[in-house]
Design a protein around this ligand. Sequence first.
Ligand code: SF4
Length: 702
Amino acid sequence: PIVIPEKKVANWSYATCAYCSTGCSIELGLDTQGKVITSRGNAKADVNRGKLCIKGLLEHELFDSAGRGKEPLMRSRQHEPLAPAGWDQALDTTAAAIKDIQEKYGRDAFAVVSTGQLLTEEFYTLGKLVRGCIGTNNYDGNTTLCMASAVSGYKRSFGSDGAPGCYDDFEHTQCLMALGSNLPEQHPVIYWRLKEAREKRHFPLIVVDPRVTMFAQMADIHLAITPGTDCVLLNAIMYVIFDGGLEDKAYLERHTQGLEELKQTVLDYDPKTAQHVCGIDEDTIRNVARLYAKAPAAMSIWTMGINQSTHGSDGVVNINNLNLVTGNIGKPGGTSLSITGQCNAMGTREWSSCSGLPGYRALENQADRELIADFWGIDQAFFPAKRGLTETDIFPAIETGEIKGLWLVATNPMTSMANTSRIRKALEKLEFLVVQDSYEDVETNQYAHVYFPASIWAEKEGCFTNTERRVNLTRKAVANYGDSQSDFWIFTQMAKRFTNGDRVPLPETPEGAFEEMKALSRGQGRILDITGMSYDKIEAAAGIQWPYREDGSGEARLYTDGKFQTDNGKARLIGVKFYDNNEKPDRHYPFWLNSGRVVEHFHTRTRTGKIGNCNKFSPIPYMEMNPDTAKSLGIKHQQYVRVISRRSDAVVMVQLTQRVAPDMVFIPFHFHDCVNRLTLGLLDPYSRQPAFKQCAVRIVPV
Ligand code: SF4
């Protein structure tokens, strides 16, 4: 018999998983030497109830994984070898380079791009450093690649960001429509909760996805939509609802504005016409519309299939439209729930100052600028009155010479951005690049002048906010790796090297930053209220959802009273028209290229690529191809092919499967020098998020 040796755990340390936005509570098991030897799901936590997926189960292997950065590195020119440097030298050199660029070319010639991976206290502190000390307006997060359309759509419909629903809605809903989300692979533990809810009381599951994903295989109805046509499908569904008088008239009357405009818009999308555009037959559209509208509580969830589009923001608005029309906002089981991507994409939205000012405040709002300037102790004239460039606009600005220097914090655009050949050229053009990451072998570091080795996850302390607005804590479990330092420490040390660093004191500890955030969340009518939280309370409850007020009151759902964050308190119904503005297959490039995730990996594999079993089960990129297509091209299973787009090419191994239609191929996005060499990345006009999912390729056997 195989005997599995028992691991001798002396202590358990509290943490929150640092991969996806599900926000699972983890306990890290330490041996008597203080080394983390195992992890397990926290049984007390309502989010995951003791469960973890493969990534969470193996997360403790990250601490001494290959490629970790042990010490700062520097070089004077790209392509020279990086050499070890002390922290003072690396920080002084970086501060001097930032000041030099700003003096020569202007404050905004230096840009900062962070991530959805930092702890919330680190976002807040980085925001204070960038907006209050360095003073550049070109500051963004890689969340522009994943959640920006959801933020923009929520703001346009409801007047504020913040998902109105929660996971408990699975226990109450009577119809669930998932759009562009492969929950079992992207957010496995939420999927397990949904599956349990359906096992208890079966309710219809409708999955809208061009590919037969694992989620689509579990659905009652799979709508294999033509890529990029979700607006057409949703408009046709609303057409049927209005036509049949199935809308919630009382809710619309009391809580919304813009109904007539929406009705006029959807009149152009009768199902008979729509079926030719979105590829879903007329009768199915009618059935889905009736199912959704007649359910006493219906909810929609979505992920990147909606957000990563030239009309991602419109797609989110239209999902909100559908739920407002059917009275499904703010009630148990009735909601528009954006399933977030990264572990702390929500935290960056709430507190980072990337797109605005902390606490859902806007640079465009003078009262907000004054309030933050007073709180931070600087002149409000130091703040710009409008948002600067997003990550997706920063790289073109490097090409044109508008931006000369860049600080990348825990993000890897050499793999994550669309059309990476162009990103490579932009990075080569920079006068100064500083890369801050836990791994020194991250691809983007090839172009760095300075590398800051950062602590990973439970080597430091602070909070993440998950998809359902739940703030959860990670305690420091282990010592720093080598001479690496927490991102928080790096930001506070950098601030000391700027004149404003004396005037804008940065918090001294992560908990100090949390207290500043709490103070900024206080105020009548603020939905983002965390005043009742403390680290100890969060740990005791295994996560607390906001709003959570000083008196301990809070709500699991937003807008339960039908009052929204708009000027008149009514939600906005906004008619969404379909614009056919994507790259599409043609005779030169005859296949749609779709991309997505696999369960074993997270983002650009900076971490999961180092974990034995994650890598073992998913070691190389591959391309799913329909067997009929393969036969017509003379391609066999596991043969290597060259995939060519108008941007570049990549070589991948073929997997034959019926999951993809004959005119589509699918490649997971995690691997370097692969799918994002091919993608086009046209941008959504509101969110500036790229349309990763929609481009055309041709395939040549090699
Ligand atoms: Fe971590 Fe997400 Fe897996 Fe939970 S589902 S363990 S949060 S990766």
